[in-house]
Design a protein around this ligand. Sequence first.
Ligand code: PGA
Length: 253
Amino acid sequence: MRKQIAAANWKMNLTFQQGEKLLDDILIANIQLSNDCQVIFAVPFPYLIMAKSEIEEEKNYAVAAQNCSDQKPGAYTGEVSVEMLSSIGISHCIIGHSERREYYHETNSILAAKVDRCLEMNITPIFCCGESLKIRESGSQDDFVRLQLEESLFHLGPDSLKKIIIAYEPIWAIGTGKTATTAQAQEMHAFIRSVLSNKYGSEVAESISILYGGSVKANNAKELFSCPDVDGGLVGGASLVASEFIQIIRSLK
Ligand code: PGA
């Protein structure tokens, strides 16, 4: 059975000390996760080692980077390679968040290279996709998301694809307080699964966790996660508040 996942995306927030305290405040709740559930903290690069050591004793907790380079180690000032992430035991990496696509011009083909780099080092990509408000209003969200998947993931063989986590994050719902309705989330998640199934077959498609992201909060997580094709969430703002994120973890199926 595919995993149910609550993933925190801190983005470029919190000082080191605030981050450490936030993890302490969440972990003190001592939420025991069954093996089909997972909690992932995607923290800024300078906090990865701290976060790793915080969760060391916890079962089914993991730490993710929020980005990585598409290049092999070398002269790329300011970049972080997957080799570096792997050497400090990082198991997951967010790839293609809409903020990276928009502000740092990451294209589907750059993201395909990042996915490959992660898989080479056995790091699980949390691959983000999702449409803008303009695309949603024009009704072309399905074609847009299908193309994101095709251009960044469809070069993979089935065994590699199975290692990916997908996060559907409609841009119009990120940080806006405007959550997709459960019907909208379920519809897109089922569509993504059907796109995967058409290419890779239903066994592969059914094994992949598809997270919803975009204004997930303590008070809407349970309803969103109850959708049959929503396997948890990628959470920004609400992951910065211990009580909120604890409640979101508790909302996993
Ligand atoms: P949000 O962010 O929960 O603040 O909307 C989600 C994300 O961008 O991953």
